[in-house]
Design a protein around this ligand. Structure first.
Ligand code: SF4
Length: 300
């Protein structure tokens, strides 16, 4: 069985930066340090931070000295409230997410109605929206645009949105507003990972997508892989892999979301390999043992 890993799998720049900041804080020790919400959307990372004494909390209630801001960022009022509480803030918001927040604020200040393409319930979108003003709208796709829009619209996207979805939204917006200001906030690393995953999905028989179930970019990888028509399994933890998925399969692809640690990818590959042995079977046309995916010998 051949196992291929999609290019760009694993920690992206923003997640690596956030995890490094949190790990440094853990090493400094001595102070009560928490993350406001999970640092990234991957339970393995959250558990490994908890093991080092850094808990994820939903609210900071006087029991923390240092608060680490998640890679997705937090809404402006929440940041203000932390400042008022006087806790030390370690801002691990990805710089690309920060850029989207700044553009949302600038568009609002320039008088545009801000339209954000994104997952309404995602923390990154909630944070960006908080900078975009009361008139801002979040749409999950081009069909979600409201009937009435202002004459001047500024549009941006959640960083992990597919570029095609952003383009579709822009195409719908242009005929509907007198002025449309477009800010491309789609993260290049997300776009590249999606493209690599799609390419690989067309070459293999089974795709394993590794990453948090709440991770938007991981769910997008699974979606694009299924669209390629390949048997696709999205797993969060390696023990979810099932041997039967690889029966008689010769080419397996593995792609991992931006918050999946490299060790988890290595573990997944090892686990998939471990399924090879039990399926050694006698070929109906030969007495030789063959593994899954090995073409049967020619008929004689
Ligand atoms: S996917 Fe892009 S925007 Fe999101 S955390 Fe990673 S580098 Fe930042």
């Amino acid at each position: 069985m051949d196992i291929h890993i999609a290019g760009g799998s694993g920690f992206c720049f923003g997640v690596r930066r956030a995890v490094n900041l949190a790990m440094q804080a853990a090493e400094n020790g001595g102070r009560r340090t928490v993350t406001l919400g999970p640092l990234v959307h991957n339970p393995l990372v959250v558990e490994s931070l908890a093991a080092k004494g850094i808990r994820a909390v939903e609210e900071v209630a006087g029991d923390a000295d240092v608060v680490i801001i998640r890679a997705h960022g937090i809404p402006a009022p929440q940041m203000e409230s932390l400042r008022r509480q006087g806790v030390e803030i370690l801002d691990a918001t990805c710089p690309f997410v920060k850029r989207a927040q700044k553009h949302a604020k600038a568009l609002r200040e320039e008088g545009y109605q801000v339209v954000i393409l994104g997952d309404r319930d995602h923390p990154e979108v909630a944070a960006v929206r908080s900078y975009a003003g009361d008139q801002a709208v979040v749409v999950e796709n081009a069909d979600g645009l409201p009937d009435s829009l202002g004459p001047r619209v500024g549009v941006l996207a959640q960083t992990t949105q597919p570029e095609e979805a952003f383009l579709r939204l822009i195409q719908r917006l242009v005929p509907r507003a007198g002025e449309v200001k477009i800010v491309n906030t789609v993260c290049r690393s997300t776009a590249a990972r999606l493209a690599e995953t799609e390419k690989l999905a067309h070459r293999v028989e089974v795709m394993i997508i590794l990453g948090g179930r709440h991770s938007h970019n991981t769910r997008e990888l699974a979606r694009i892989s299924r669209l390629a028509g390949v048997d696709t399994h999205h797993i969060e933890r390696v023990h979810e892999l099932q041997g039967q998925w690889f029966r008689n399969v010769g080419q397996v692809g593995v792609a991992a979301g931006a918050s999946t640690p490299d060790e988890a990818i290595d573990d997944a590959v090892r686990r998939i390999r471990s399924f090879e042995k039990p399926f050694l079977s006698c070929s109906p046309t030969s007495s030789r043992l063959r593994g899954p995916g090995t073409p049967p010998p020619p008929l004689t």
